[in-house]
Design a protein around this ligand. Structure first.
Ligand code: LLP
Length: 463
């Protein structure tokens, strides 16, 4: 395809329209290691490579759009989390971020546990050989059939999310002649957002059982009274893409208070607490995530301190990072299709995917970075909005970013940090075909989730 010059959009900071963006990077060819997976680099010709393979070869071999997942980075992050928390704590990877059989095998090999939240995730985990005792089963409305399967498989824990479920799981466990290990998910009255937390009197959302009005204490009473249940602890998950540890601090304090109340009322010291996931990653250079060892130390310090104050034995801690493990390990590769400069506004760059492979921008106003990756360029920065090919004006992949002004149809651009909640939330909107996930490692690339085909679409459409 031609690389002919075309009129570029606004270029300089003094003519930028309103929006949220940092000034263009001094060097648009530079790859900020905060947002790219660890083996990403540019080769001598300026093309981006991952796992030693250039994007041109990847695009040729697997097409675009496609997600490329840096397997050694994924494994390294698993190990970093496991090492940071050590043998006295448990790390459960949250499968909702992205799950496939290959991922389950990597997790199994790297010694992580797995949080699943649906029958489909449970099937994938068991099919790929994750030992059932390393699986935690979540969800605010697990079906009876799902609970049956989880109990029959012998999952390590079911996280109870309602009064109905306490009874359901107890009955099913009894029918199977087992005592099911369970935790109770409590809502601690902390709602955490990206950079802040808001302490609320009581929670107005669907998850968990509220601490504030004594509901959680009542749930504990009921769970302790039922023979089919082995109550091992309390669970709290406060939100997503959190950088500030203050929300976790409040949450840990309130969970430990509940453990102390349980001890006082029932004479039982529950052995575990789960503080959930939600740890933030860098989507743009403005984000500064913490390292797993800092997070582990902060959480364990908080829990130890609170337990000492309450004269409780320190419980075993578990955490459930999803995004923080898989998020930074993948990027989405797109081919530029059309380019529309809008005078005085910005340049719209359309790619061959969009909201069907990344709904996060439309849904959460999420911010992403983008880079020209098939080559380098010395052209000046051009303010762009990267949009998809869907029939929807909100079909935006990257709202505000800078790309070189000589960008042309046929160029490959990549959006980093799309490992979490992109493929797992992908859709067939406009009968789009969901892209493949390709694992890249040591010069080899292999499809771990294949691209959907039109045959797949027609197979479901039974007329
Ligand atoms: N544990 C529980 C109980 C959760 O509900 C979640 C996420 C996690 C762990 C993992 O959270 P993470 O470490 O991945 O942030 N679709 C949204 C995120 C929804 C998260 C739902 N629960 C997004 O794209 O940002």
């Amino acid at each position: 395809m031609s690389r002919s010059a075309h009129p570029a959009g606004p270029r300089h900071a003094d003519v930028l329209p309103e929006g949220h963006y940092s000034a263009p990077a001094a060097d648009l060819n530079a790859l900020d290691e905060k947002v790219w997976s660890r083996t990403v680099t540019r080769d001598a010709d300026g093309a981006l490579t991952v796992g030693g393979i250039t994007v041109a070869r990847l695009a040729e071999g697997f097409g675009t759009p496609a997600y490329f997942l840096d397997e050694s980075d994924f494994r390294a992050r698993c190990r970093a989390w496991a090492d940071a928390f050590g043998p006295d704590a448990d790390v459960f990877y949250a499968g909702k971020a992205f799950l496939s059989r290959a991922v389950v095998r990597w997790l199994t090999e790297e010694g992580l546990n797995l949080d699943v939240c649906s029958g489909g995730e449970l099937t994938t985990a068991l099919d790929a050989g994750m030992p059932a005792e390393r699986i935690a089963f979540h969800g605010n409305n697990k079906t009876v059939a799902e609970i049956e399967r989880a109990v029959a498989a012998g999952v390590g824990r079911i996280v109870l999310d309602s009064f109905q479920e306490i009874v359901r799981v107890a009955h099913i466990a009894q029918r199977h002649g087992v005592r099911q290990r369970v935790q109770i998910r409590v809502t601690v009255g902390v709602e955490a957002h990206t950079h802040e937390f808001i302490a609320t009197a009581h929670e107005d959302q669907k998850f968990g059982i509220a601490l504030a009005d004594g509901q959680a204490a009542e749930a504990v009473r009921r769970a302790l009274s039922l023979d089919g249940l082995d109550l091992i602890g309390v669970h709290s998950h406060i939100g997503s893409q959190i950088f500030d540890m203050a929300g976790f601090e409040v949450s840990a304090r309130r969970v430990v208070q509940l453990l102390a109340e349980i001890r006082d009322e029932h004479g039982v010291e529950l052995p575990e607490i789960d503080l959930g996931g939600g740890l933030g990653i860098a989507y743009t250079s403005d984000d500064d995530p913490r390292e797993p060892h800092e997070i582990a130390k902060a959480l364990s310090d908080i829990v130890t301190r609170e337990c000492e104050a309450a004269k409780l034995r320190t419980p075993r801690i578990s955490v459930e990072p999803g995004r923080a493990i898989v998020g930074p390990t993948a990027f989405t590769l797109y081919e530029v299709g059309t380019i529309k400069p809008l005078e005085g506004l910005r340049t719209y760059v359309s790619v061959d995917g969009g909201m069907s492979d990344n709904i996060r921008t439309a849904l959460y106003d999420a911010e992403y970075s983008v880079a020209l990756v098939s080559r380098t360029s010395d052209a000046e920065p051009m303010l762009v909005r990267v949009v998809g090919k869907h029939c929807e004006s909100g079909d935006i992949v990257v709202k505000d970013a800078f790309l070189p002004a000589d960008l042309a149809p046929g160029d490959l651009i990549a959006v980093p940090a799309t490992g979490a909640y992109c493929r797992s939330m992908a859709s067939n909107y406009n009968h789009a075909l969901r892209p493949p996930v390709v694992a890249v490692r040591d010069g080899e690339a292999r499809v771990i989730v294949r691209r959907e085909t039109e045959e797949d679409l027609l197979r479901l459409d039974v007329g």
